[in-house]
Ligand binder design. Structure first.
Ligand code: UTP
Length: 291
């Protein structure tokens, strides 16, 4: 079955990015020349997704507005003969159909995904976390969709992390199925030191079978009173199988201050117009020549 829909949860509070995220959603913070959420929507579009379901909350309307058509702005840009910018803004609003679902309380990522059950319906879907950026030749989501065409079961994207950082992630244990791909046997959310020998950490890209919804429904609130996605994922893995896919590319946690700064540098030095000058500037800074 073709995967047509992508869920992008953006309803979290963004406490790690305060004070910047107090009045501006962290997904609207700019990496070079566009907000992080735009990179994520573009990844979904480049992967052939046809509809995006944003899970939003109060105070996140700037995200919806960013992808909306702004008649007034368009008219002014046309009058001022700023055709290229008008074209770019129209391109953004025409990218893809986007619908929003409200998560009324920030009860966790699991709850955010559960909130989309009626809009997703009974079909497999992609989840892209609104603050996880991936830099790769082939979009991460597309890499996962190619694997899905073969295995037809849920997939979590993973990256290798240093063993002393496993406690910050959901960790997967499993047997290798083929290159870069593992059959999930166990999942542990933020394991205590020494409780796993695996360094395979789940990042913010998933393909999920709709069987996840009833499992989320019966998941009791866990850590911090939130409904954890990992708890339901483990049940789904036991029920009908799941794969972990070590994607090709680099992931940035743009919801974290250091991760965000790294993303700006990585995307900045690759920018077609600014990249060369920016790369030179960074070299100069590193050599202590500029402040
Ligand atoms: P995070 O924990 O990274 O985001 O959740 P957060 O809760 O916004 O940030 P901090 O930890 O307070 O700084 C992962 C993803 O799940 C979404 C977030 O928007 C983010 O994309 N999320 C989280 C929801 O949509 N709803 C929630 O209740 C919690």
């Amino acid at each position: 079955m073709k995967v047509r829909k992508a869920v992008i949860p953006v309803a979290g509070l963004g406490t790690r990015f305060l004070p910047a995220s107090k009045a501006i959603p962290k997904e609207m913070l700019t990496v070079v020349d566009r907000p992080t959420i735009q990179y994520i929507v573009e990844e979904a579009v480049a992967s052939g997704i046809e509809e995006i379901i944003l899970v939003t909350s109060e105070g996140k309307s700037a995200i919806e507005n960013h992808f909306d058509y702004d008649f007034e702005l368009d008219t002014v840009l046309q009058m001022k003969k700023k055709d290229k910018m008008a074209e770019e803004l129209n391109h953004i609003s025409n990218l893809i159909d986007i619908v929003s679902v409200r998560q009324k309380k920030p009860l966790g990522l699991g709850h955010a995904i559960w909130s989309t059950r009626n809009v997703v319906g009974n079909e497999p879907f992609v989840v892209l976390l609104g603050d996880d950026l991936v830099l790769s030749k082939e979009p991460c989501c597309l890499q996962m969709l190619s694997l899905f065409d073969e295995v037809h079961e849920s997939i979590v994207a993973i990256q290798r992390v240093p063993m002393d950082q496993t406690g910050q992630y959901g960790i997967v244990e499993g047997q290798q199925y083929k290159e870069r791909t593992y059959k999930v046997e166990k999942m542990i959310e933020k394991p205590a030191h020494g409780t796993t020998s695996s360094d395979m950490a789940i990042i913010g890209r998933y393909i999920l079978q709709p069987d996840i919804f009833p499992l989320l429904e019966e998941t009791e609130p866990g850590h911090g009173g939130e409904i954890q996605l990992t708890d339901a994922l483990l049940k789904l893995a036991e029920k009908r199988g799941m794969y972990a896919y070590e994607f090709e590319g680099v992931r940035f946690d743009a919801g974290d201050k250091l991760g965000y700064l790294k993303a700006i540098i990585a995307f900045g030095i690759r920018h077609p117009e600014l990249g060369d000058d920016f790369r030179k500037y960074i070299k100069d800074v590193a050599a202590g020549l500029e402040l």
